[in-house]
Design a binder for this molecule. Structure first.
Ligand code: UD1
Length: 428
């Protein structure tokens, strides 16, 4: 397995082009199952997660054609199998989102339950309740969901008891081909939902209100092919914004939108770095003055993204004072804490709250990535640590960050990948 070595101390100066959003791309790929015509996706990130999903879709009957640049064409003239095996769903949780489209297109499906994940229990009960409300009969046996809709899917009023990005997307993906009107209330408002709705509407769906807490979908009989550019990856943009604030220097993030990471940018400014919001991105600047500790509470969009919590914690390890970071989305999302402490950070966790007491220096060490966002927090800490930080289990990082060492390296970071033996793997 590969490792990433970072020698800390270099400032970052330059430009980083942000890729298309992983969390949107994988739902858009699932949407390609809904039509027998080609779906052309541009601004596609090239990641382990998109490859895993491509493998699953190929088994289901999709021709996945990765063109040069960032374009992928997905074409499913016919569903040849409605079976998503454990091995493939386990490798990437979002594979579970093929369930609804398979039922919508063929009337039945057998899809493995995704199982646990390192950042908490992550159940799929809300997904299944939504599919049942839309007319699917669901049985669970031996870790598999057996679903049937012998009389087809029909629109329904679905009120989510709490906000779930995955369940809202899954319900939307399924309801577009259901008969009649579906109303999703207490829906997630994350920008990736709006992106999915835009793409589905280009395919001929009738989705209104995506990006608000009430989404209305008028079912259509058939969807067609379309061309769609994947929305910018706000988590990748936020990650490099934090990296620039940590290392110091001046970094311009392009092909992205400041408004999508406003909650983070405000915190970076409060901590003492400078933020310049541009039309096509954002500039982060820090001249070397020590940052101040600030508190953070994660929340649903437009709140502070849980996917940026680990990175921000890394930033706070060297700030002046004590920062309190509260995680409200996933109960177990502090796996990076012991690893950051190995680098000399002073963090204690109690329940859903981490207290970060800023230290004067971090010192490079061997650390291990535990999940996707946690692993990049270790890279960020390594940028400011003295000496060499060696991050193991880099496959986590490869799931969600495209050419990370290249992008950071181009700005002057001393980061290199050390190729290792053994297969790539993914979780979550
Ligand atoms: C998505 C993102 C993930 C991000 C998260 C929150 C993808 C691939 N992943 O994850 O990166 O961190 O949104 O912004 O897009 N829950 C249930 N039952 C369900 C579904 C969810 O109890 O059926 C709970 C979860 O355990 C969690 C909370 O709801 O505590 C939020 O989860 P959700 O918004 O669904 O996150 P994901 O879609 O899994």
């Amino acid at each position: 397995m590969d490792r990433i070595a970072i020698v800390g101390g270099a400032r970052l100066n330059g430009e980083i082009q942000i890729s298309g959003a992983k969390n949107s791309a994988i739902k858009l790929m699932a949407a390609s199952l809904l039509t027998d015509e080609p779906l052309r996706l541009t601004n596609m990130p090239r990641l382990a997660d998109t490859r895993f999903l491509g493998t699953l879709l190929t088994r289901l009957g999709t021709m996945v054609d990765e063109r040069n640049g960032a374009e992928t064409i997905l074409h499913t003239p016919e569903i040849v199998s409605s079976f998503a095996p454990y091995d493939l769903v386990r490798q990437m949780r979002a594979s579970f989102n093929v369930l609804g489209p398979l039922i919508a297109r063929t009337g039945q499906a057998k899809v493995s339950l995704p199982g646990g994940c390192t950042i908490g229990a992550r159940p799929v009960d809300l997904h299944l309740k939504a599919l049942e409300a839309l007319g699917a009969q669901i049985d669970l046996h031996e870790g598999y969901v057996y679903a049937q809709a012998p009389r087809g899917l029909r629109g329904a009023e679905i009120e989510f008891p709490f906000v779930s990005v995955g369940a809202t997307e899954h319900a939307m993906l399924t309801a577009v081909l259901a008969k009649g009107v579906t109303v999703l209330s207490n829906a997630a408002c994350e920008p990736e939902l709006g992106d999915l709705a835009d793409c589905l509407n280009k395919m001929g769906a009738q989705v209104e209100g995506a990006g608000t807490s009430e989404i209305r979908i008028i079912g259509v009989k058939k969807l067609s092919g379309a061309t769609h550019a994947v929305i910018t990856d706000r988590i990748e943009a936020g990650t490099y914004a934090v990296a620039a604030a940590m290392a110091g220097g001046e970094v311009r993030l392009t092909n992205t939108r400041a408004d999508l990471i406003e909650a983070l940018l405000v915190k970076i400014e409060e901590a003492g770095a400078q933020v310049e919001r541009m039309n096509d991105g954002v500039i982060i600047r820090r001249n070397g003055a020590r940052l101040k500790a600030v508190d953070v509470d994660t929340g649903v969009y437009p709140g502070f993204a849980t996917d940026l919590q680990a990175q921000f914690m890394a930033l706070m390890t060297m700030a002046d004072g004590e920062s309190v970071i509260r995680e409200h989305i996933f109960e177990n999302r502090f796996m990076h804490v012991p690893e950051l402490n190995r680098l000399g950070a002073d963090i204690t966790v109690s329940g859903g709250e981490a207290r970060v007491r800023g230290v004067d220096r971090l010192e490079g060490a061997q650390v291990m990535a535990t999940d996707l966002r946690a692993s990049v927090s270790l890279v960020i800490a390594g940028l400011a640590a003295e000496g060499e930080t060696m991050v193991g289990r880099v496959y986590h990082l490869d799931r969600g960050f495209e050419r990370l060492e290249e992008k950071l390296g181009a700005c002057g970071a001393n980061v290199r990948r050390i190729k290792g033996e053994g297969p790539a793997e993914a979780e979550g």
